[in-house]
Design a protein around this ligand. Structure first.
Ligand SMILES: Nc1ncnc2c1ncn2[C@@H]1O[C@H](COP(=O)(O)OP(=O)(O)OP(=O)(O)O)[C@@H](O)[C@H]1O
Ligand code: SF4
Ligand SMILES: [Mg+2]
Length: 337
């Protein structure tokens, strides 16, 4: 498959204001790509750097290291006027459609805005594109003259999706696009995204907390912890057979409806990940960021950062999967000398 978007050793460091001006490395050496028409899921706990990656791709947050390549062009540090060339092909849908829609603007004007910015010729074509787009996202035809506040959360997210898809983009960054919706509405919006993807061949960078949901939509998944990629590879495989201790912990954290299954998951999680005080403990500066919480932690984990190690069609950053790391519980056998 041809690569549409590539992230190569991407780094984003924020310097917090205040006396100490401590730098926060929100994204640390992140590498993955998205093929034409592919959906890649980006998951991880709160603060793991998902939004920052999405914003760096969109040019909303400056990268402090590494590269973002889109259609073979390095877009990491483009000037605003050069980035404007990508405005139509790179779009975004955010979690809270209400804050990304101007309440004083009708839905029709909001959906038309990105098209107007691209200079779509003539009023008749603009009106046709906007009404066609609203129909595609299953909003009533009179939505065009109404204001965002009269719509439900799910309908407003449909407006946000119509706006993003109006320019016929190649890639849409969906940052927690369905997380704020109730379960039934989530399913409806997910179905809509699947339909649009099939109709338009768009690629999605789908950011969410919930691994089963991401595995349902995405072909591949990237698992982040403290700004670093812990595991990446085929979404369904990673969901069904997580290998990295952090991915295992994430799988067990998903809430369920069956109390007995929930109890079993809680017990399994207690055996899989050290929580509470370990959760707050700072990671070792040289080693694995997950070490304070990992049940498989060994000396090497505290002193050396795990390298990205290919394991079948996955890549894992864990000493257990690196046969040369010296970890006592190495999960991969060494090749014969
Ligand atoms: N503008 C900023 N200035 C300073 N620190 C920031 C800024 N934006 C994000 N951060 C920090 O970067 C880290 C990653 O944040 P980010 O919002 O990307 O995480 P996230 O995975 O999207 O979390 P969530 O699931 O809560 O949305 C966090 O430690 C956050 O506090
Ligand atoms: S490198 Fe060590 S601490 Fe990190 S996840 Fe693997 S076993 Fe756990
Ligand atoms: Mg976020």
């Amino acid at each position: 498959m041809t690569s549409l978007l590539s992230l190569d050793a991407l780094e984003v460091t924020f310097t917090r204001r205040g006396l100490r001006r401590t730098p926060v490395r929100a994204v640390d050496n992140v590498t993955f790509d998205v093929a034409e028409g592919e959906t890649v899921g980006l998951i991880g706990e709160s603060g793991s750097g998902k939004t920052t990656i999405g914003r760096a791709v969109l040019g909303l947050t400056p990268a402090t290291g590494g590269h973002v390549t889109f259609r073979d062009e390095d877009i990491t540090r483009l000037r605003a006027e050069d980035r404007a060339r990508f405005a139509g092909s790179l779009q975004a849908v955010f979690q809270d459609p209400y804050s990304s829609l101007n309440p004083a603007r009708t839905v029709g004007r909001s959906v038309a805005e990105p098209l107007q910015a691209l200079g779509t010729p003539g009023e008749p074509e603009l009106t046709a594109r906007v009404t066609g787009m609203l129909k595609q996202v299953s909003l009533p035809s009179d939505a065009v003259d109404r204001y965002p506040h009269v719509f439900s959360g799910g309908q407003r997210q449909r407006v946000g999706i119509a706006r993003a898809f109006s320019t016929r983009p190649d890639l849409v960054v969906c940052d927690e696009a369905i997380s704020a919706l109730d379960v039934v509405t989530q399913a409806q919006v997910l179905t809509l995204l699947q339909r649009l993807r099939a109709d338009t061949g768009v690629a999605l960078l789908f950011i969410a907390h919930n691994l089963p949901l991401v595995a349902y939509l995405a072909q591949r998944v990237v698992v982040l912890y403290r700004g670093r990629v812990m595991e990446r590879g085929p979404a369904q495989d990673i969901h069904e057979h997580p290998l990295h201790p952090y991915t295992k912990a994430l799988t067990l954290a998903v809430p369920g409806t069956d109390p007995a299954a929930q109890r079993a998951r809680r017990a399994a999680r207690a055996a899989t990940v050290r929580e509470n005080s370990a959760n707050a403990a700072p990671p070792p500066s040289q080693g694995c960021p997950f070490a304070p919480r990992c049940p498989n932690v060994a000396d090497v984990c505290l002193s050396r950062r795990p390298a990205d190690t290919p394991v079948g069609d996955r890549v894992l950053a864990c000493h257990m999967y690196d046969p040369y790391s010296g970890h006592p519980e190495t999960a991969v056998t060494k090749e014969p000398a």
